[in-house]
Write a protein that binds this ligand. Structure first.
Ligand SMILES: C[S@@+](CC[C@H](N)C(=O)[O-])C[C@H]1O[C@@H](n2cnc3c(N)ncnc32)[C@H](O)[C@@H]1O
Length: 200
């Protein structure tokens, strides 16, 4: 398929670029960075959409087929990426100016992972909560993280958790549907371009 000037192939069983993918693409569209990281990369479409303005891009997906799909799409579009098969931040070392993630975020009932692409555990927050608690360790000074999530699993909860981790967090993109809203939450370490006023 052709998406915003990019040639994107979708391998069998890999999450096809959808409304959430496009919303995250929109949110990062004005970014540029020395070091970029896309977690849960799938086809790689989000990182690829700004790869020309990122010095070095790393992509991670737990599904080896998705990781291969990411690599194939970067090659197909003449871009470089370092792809790793792994669980969220576990294979990652160092700091990044730009971190992006469209995770599996849908509640899946009893918590038994039904599908790696969309199952976010019983509450839908399994990957989201891990991301929020770990992302600060991988942000460079001034670095920005963009995370997609749904209103089905607690937008305010995410912002409060991020703040308790020492991050400024705000919604920078939103799309409303009949049964849910999708949002993009941008996070950065507190005190870096932040307007937060500390109260004692
Ligand atoms: C909703 S899809 C998003 C794919 C792509 N980023 C997009 O926006 O179209 C979620 C992706 O997360 C991957 N994934 C699930 N659990 C993961 C984990 N623990 N660590 C890394 N990737 C994971 C899945 O394999 C899937 O490719």
């Amino acid at each position: 398929m052709r998406i915003r000037g990019l040639e994107i192939r979708v391998f069998e069983g890999v999450y096809p670029p959808s409304e959430d993918t496009f919303l995250l693409m929109d949110a990062v569209s004005g970014e540029k960075a020395e070091r970029g990281l896309e977690l849960c990369s799938g086809t790689g479409a989000v990182g690829l959409s700004i790869a020309s303005r990122v010095g070095g891009m790393v992509a991670v997906d737990l599904n080896p087929v998705a990781a291969m799909n990411t690599l194939a799409n970067y090659r197909r579009n003449g871009m470089q990426v370092h792809v790793v098969v792994g669980d969220l931040f576990s294979p990652i070392r160092g700091e990044f100016d730009l971190i992006m993630m469209n995770p599996p975020y849908l509640p899946d009932g009893d918590g038994t992972p039904a599908d790696l692409s969309w199952s976010g555990g019983a509450s839908g927050r399994a990957i989201i909560d891990r991301f929020i608690s770990e992302v600060g360790d991988f942000l460079s000074p001034g670095g920005r993280a963009y995370m997609l999530q749904s209103s089905l699993n607690g937008i305010v909860e995410s912002i409060e958790r991020a703040e308790s981790e020492g991050l400024d967090a705000k919604v920078v993109g939103r799309r409303d549907f009949e049964f849910e809203s999708l949002v993009v939450i941008r996070m950065e370490r507190m005190g870096q371009g932040s307007t937060r006023i500390w109260k004692s």
